[in-house]
Write a protein that binds this ligand. Structure first.
Ligand SMILES: Nc1ncnc2c1ncn2[C@@H]1O[C@H](COP(=O)(O)OP(=O)(O)OP(=O)(O)O)[C@@H](O)[C@H]1O
Length: 119
């Protein structure tokens, strides 16, 4: 954990303070399960940044797809969680708890090809 950073918990997971990456609407952070001690990646999607009605309506498509897939190229999804700091009824983040990939998932080894199409 970074010097001066405070440990914060998401359910049973404690954020380690290590940022794994950043996408358009999300940041991805490393966390450790407080009882099982295994590490996961938590993708925190900021719902307040999503303005398009289409994107809001289809918010759960990514996790629904992830939950159906099992492949070494795709991080397994463990759990999803809607969260709000103040009002639980007005969730402002969607969190995806997934397998921590040890290498950058965007670097694809030339000797390995994914032979499937997601429709
Ligand atoms: N399961 C994971 N384990 C380790 N690092 C991860 C994992 N998932 C994502 N990351 C890191 O976080 C970065 C951002 O992930 P995210 O899924 O938000 O990005 P993206 O797909 O590139 O962006 P977007 O979905 O906004 O187009 C990735 O490029 C990767 O470096």
């Amino acid at each position: 954990m970074r010097a001066g950073a405070r440990a914060s918990a998401v359910g049973n997971y404690v954020l380690t303070g290590r940022a794994l990456g950043k996408g358009h609407f999300a940041r991805v952070e490393e966390a450790t399960h407080s009882l099982l001690h295994h590490k996961v990646a938590i993708k925190v999607i900021d719902l307040t940044c999503i303005r398009e009605e289409y994107a809001r309506r289809n918010l759960h498509r990514e996790p629904q797809l992830m939950a159906r897939l099992g492949h070494p190229c795709i991080a397994a999804l463990y759990e999803t969680m809607m969260a709000s700091r103040r009002r639980p009824a007005a969730a402002h983040t969607l969190r995806l708890h997934m397998r921590l990939l040890q290498t950058n998932p965007l670097l694809i080894n030339n000797s390995f090809r994914c032979n499937f199409v997601i429709t």
